[in-house]
Design a protein around this ligand. Structure first.
Ligand SMILES: C[S@@+](CC[C@H](N)C(=O)[O-])C[C@H]1O[C@@H](n2cnc3c(N)ncnc32)[C@H](O)[C@@H]1O
Length: 348
């Protein structure tokens, strides 16, 4: 579904929310940061106490949650008005491996992650709502999925691959970017949500790409031992409880052939107290209960424990060159995610 197919009213609703979210990121956040900066003195120990006392804070916090709720309302209304864009839940799609017996864990179904009502897995409409909403969540900066292309082109080492697996692939935007960057590799996307996979399937067909999708738990993919030379995931880790993460890394290590590589894009703390506090609060206000614990976890140590070498985080600059050499981001005044890539290798 493209914005071009929407009515003027529907487009106006989406544009209004997008504008509100940009004001929140580009104007309110720097205003609050400036107030906090001015108020912080040598004897201030608690950045949270200082932040909550600033005049911009209630506006910033309210708009963060309020605009996200408005976003899903506007997108859901637009999708509901266009039933022709919703893939039927019983559509039979050859080559798409759906598992009708898969039981989704409660930690996955209990939370409306990102505040999306009903999550990304409920029915065909939820996948379309997610597709359109994700563009607004990214403030309109990933409409052409350049972010995911940048990951595939700069974070994945350039070499030949036989098989790549993309865990938690959603509706496939991370997966088809891999296939475009490495056309000779067999590429597999693994995902919990059947509606997302139907949409992913439709999208890669439209792009003329051969990508295989499989409905499974990323922690129990059912793929053979040592059968992949890249395991990737983008924006998945922070949606998984910290207690489940070791099993995800264990699965990644099991799947990797000797010399294979792990590349995972997610968030990392920046070491800047105000910025990190705002990220913790983003997790709370955006219904992402697993985000903060994931950011506090020592994932390179988990990688080492499951038999992966040279594990480390590097920063990722989605507006610039993509993967950076160190865990250090270019300065920016607006609110933005602290993107980073977790890298590790399976010993040869
Ligand atoms: C934020 S989306 C990211 C999708 C895609 N990788 C991207 O970058 O656009 C996270 C996806 O992971 C899926 N997911 C979460 N936990 C999973 C698990 N244990 N196994 C498979 N999929 C999972 C969710 O259903 C969702 O589609």
């Amino acid at each position: 579904m493209t914005q071009g197919t929407l009515s003027l009213d529907e487009r106006a609703n989406l544009d209004f929310v997008l504008y509100l979210r940009r004001r929140w990121a580009d104007v309110l956040y720097p205003a609050l940061a400036a107030e906090v900066n001015e108020a912080v003195s040598a004897d201030v120990q608690d950045i949270a106490e200082t932040t909550y006392a600033q005049p911009s804070y209630p506006w910033f916090a309210w708009l963060e949650r309020g605009s996200q709720k408005m976003l899903w309302r506007a997108v859901s209304d637009a999708v509901e008005a266009h039933p022709e864009y919703v893939l039927p839940d019983d559509s039979i799609l050859p080559d798409l491996e759906l598992d009708p017996d898969l039981v989704l864990p409660q930690w996955y179904t209990d939370w409306d992650i990102h505040l999306q009502p009903g999550g990304v897995w409920g029915n065909g409409a939820s996948a379309r709502v997610y597709e359109m909403g994700a563009k607004l969540v990214m403030l309109g900066e990933n409409d052409d999925y350049s972010f995911h292309r940048l990951f595939a082109e700069t974070a994945v080492p350039k070499r030949s691959y036989q098989r790549m697996v993309d865990l938690g692939c959603g509706f496939g935007k991370s997966t088809w970017a891999l296939k475009q960057a490495f056309p000779d590799a067999e590429v597999i996307g693994v995902e919990f949500s059947a509606p997302c996979l139907r949409l992913a399937y439709e999208k890669v067909k439209a792009l003329g790409l051969a990508v295989h999708f499989r409905q499974a738990d990323a922690c129990v993919t059912g793929l053979e031992n040592a059968s992949c030379d890249l395991v990737s995931a983008t924006m998945l880790l922070h949606e998984i409880p910290v207690g489940v993460l070791p099993s995800l890394f264990h699965e990644a290590s099991r799947l990797l052939a000797p010399g294979g590589v792990l590349r995972i894009l997610d968030f990392h703390t920046t070491g800047q107290p105000f910025r990190d506090l705002m990220m913790v609060e983003h997790g709370v206000r955006n219904n992402e209960p697993f985000m903060s614990p994931m950011m506090d976890a020592d994932l390179p140590v988990i990688c080492r424990d499951v038999g992966l070498d040279a594990a480390r985080w590097v920063a990722f600059d989605e507006r610039g060159v993509g993967r950076l050499e160190e865990l250090d981001w270019p300065a920016r005044h607006d609110w933005h995610f602290p993107w980073a890539v977790l890298e590790a290798e399976k010993p040869a």
